[in-house]
Ligand binder design. Structure first.
Ligand code: NFE
Ligand code: MG
Length: 504
């Protein structure tokens, strides 16, 4: 048995260590550890409830709008105003979240993942005739190779032309992310950590100038997604088609649904959303409604006290760094006592199975072009493909929502803050599905629990010994060279882990 430790895994967000036990060239078992403690949930205790929307966004610079959305929804619920949000407020929240999806997905593909598949040597050969490629080449020459290296390398199969295209789009992707940030700034003041999302709706009324600026930028972004990002992902998946069978995982998938199409009147789970939710079991071929009572966070192998375990309405977050069985600061969320994968792969499969027409047509088209099957979506290539398809669909939906804005009309409801209350906010986030649960008394937060996408995906083992989704995706993988475990790095990156979010 040979132990391979990758610590840290680079080109992801945050601090992640992965330990692989390899025998006969295959991963026998894997452990993923979140090596950073943060304690944001504890910091919220004793604060005014509305601080949650400002503070929880600091969980992450990559997906702050998702935390803004979840906390605002939880406060709407707790303040009994969830059916009073003006249409502008609901739409602008969706636009802020959508802009965050776009910047995050483009970031993940070009700036974090593509470098696993493109040969930097191509730069040297092509830089002479291409100023864009020359700029990357010169940068690499004047640094110690960052952000391309040091990295596991090899198994480069893309033609020099496709490689050069992806590297040009690496630069173009930075411009597109800037434009997506500008979308957030139009309605939320800034990115990251917008000031737009508040309980009751959003802070500013849309006017024609804002809407025009928004649609102009979104148009440019949509062209990039349609002409570059999705086709580039398809080309990559065609060249690496064996990666549709590598990194499979748990076969169970969860998504609450997100981008509300009307106000949350009764409960979030039954309100129509732009992307639908569900619980999918690919093995048993079942697709069920989400039942929130089935969510429990376990801490058997996480560095937390026993009180930190349970349903998010009851659990707390108390660090116990000396716990012997512990190997991660990430809790282990379980649905129905089993690990579930969350993310664009889960979301696109669930929406496909639920007959979301745009998802069915766009995802099927991408699958046809890559000669892959829906069942292969939980894989390295499948996750990249699902993310790119989702990015295109979210941008299309945003364009429709932008047209529905009513210039000059209010975007926030009036309300009084009750003495005490509790609420839950559920949303889609770029990396999966996100829930915030809060309770407050005497207008001070008494408990705040976030169950976060990467907490699901990068979770350690649970009480019953079931490994987390990313751990299971690594198990059984053939590693050609244990000194250069690039297969493992590709699997981990396909989940787009954000460890700052996971440990929060
Ligand atoms: Ni820090 Fe996040 C997303 C949330 S992931 S990126 O997407 O919520 O765990
Ligand atoms: Mg939590």
């Amino acid at each position: 048995m040979n132990t391979v430790t990758i610590d840290p895994i680079t080109r992801i967000e945050g601090h992640l260590k992965v330990e692989l036990e390899i025998e006969g060239g295959r991963v026998q078992s894997a452990e993923s550890s979140g090596t950073l403690f943060r304690g944001l949930e504890e910091m919220l205790r004793g604060r005014a409830p509305r601080d949650a929307t400002r503070i929880t966004q600091r969980t992450c610079g990559v997906c702050p709008a998702a935390h803004a959305m979840a906390s605002a929804l939880a406060l709407d619920d707790a303040f009994h105003i969830k059916n009073q949000i003006p249409p502008n407020g609901r739409l602008i929240r969706n636009l802020l979240l959508g802009a965050n999806f776009i910047q995050s997905h483009v970031l993940h593909f070009y700036h974090l993942s593509t470098l696993d598949f493109v040969d930097p040597e191509v730069l040297q050969k092509q830089a002479a005739d291409d100023p864009e490629l020359a700029s990357i080449y010169n940068h690499l020459q004047s640094s110690s190779g960052e952000p391309f290296g040091p990295q596991y390398s090899g198994d480069y199969r893309l033609s020099p032309e496709i490689t050069a295209d992806l590297l040009r789009d690496y630069l173009q992707g930075l411009e597109i992310r800037k434009k997506a940030h500008e979308l957030s700034a139009i309605f939320g003041g800034k990115m990251p950590h917008n000031m737009g999302s508040v309980p009751g709706g959003t802070t500013n009324k849309p006017d024609l100038d804002m809407i025009t600026k928004f649609q102009a930028r979104l148009d440019e972004i949509q062209q990039f997604i349609t002409r570059r990002y999705l086709p580039g992902t398809i080309e990559l998946c065609q060249a690496y088609s064996d990666y549709f069978d590598i990194g499979q995982g748990v076969n169970r998938f969860l998504e609450y649904g997100g981008f509300y199409l009307q106000n949350v009147s009764d409960q979030a789970l039954s309100t129509p959303t732009g992307l639908k939710g569900g619980v999918l079991n690919l093995e048993k071929e079942t697709l069920d409604k989400v039942n929130l009572t089935q969510i429990v966070e376990e801490v058997t192998h996480s560095w937390y006290s026993d009180q930190s375990q349970g349903h998010p309405e009851e659990a707390t977050t108390e660090p116990r760094s000396n716990k012997e069985e512990g190997y991660s600061w990430v809790k282990a969320p379980r649905y129905n006592s089993r690990p579930h994968e969350v993310g664009p792969a889960a979301r696109m499969m669930i929406n496909y199975k639920r007959g979301h027409q745009t998802v069915v047509s766009q995802l099927q088209d991408a699958l046809d072009k890559t000669h892959a099957d829906l069942k292969q979506i939980p894989s390295v290539c499948g996750r990249h493909l699902a993310r790119a398809v989702e990015c295109k669909i979210v941008a299309q939906l945003m364009s429709q929502w932008g047209e529905q804005l009513q210039p000059g009309q209010p975007s926030a409801a009036q309300y009084d803050i009750p003495e005490k209350g509790q609420g839950v906010g559920l949303t889609s986030a770029p990396r999966g599905t996100l829930g915030h649960w809060l309770q407050f008394d005497d207008r001070k937060i008494t408990n705040y629990q976030m169950v976060v996408p990467t907490t699901w995906n990068a979770s350690p083992r649970d009480r019953a010994g079931y490994a987390g989704p990313m751990e299971q995706a690594l198990q059984g993988t053939r590693i050609e060279d244990s000194d250069n475990p690039l297969e493992a790095a590709r699997i981990v990156r396909s989940f787009d882990p954000c460890m700052a979010c996971a440990v929060h």
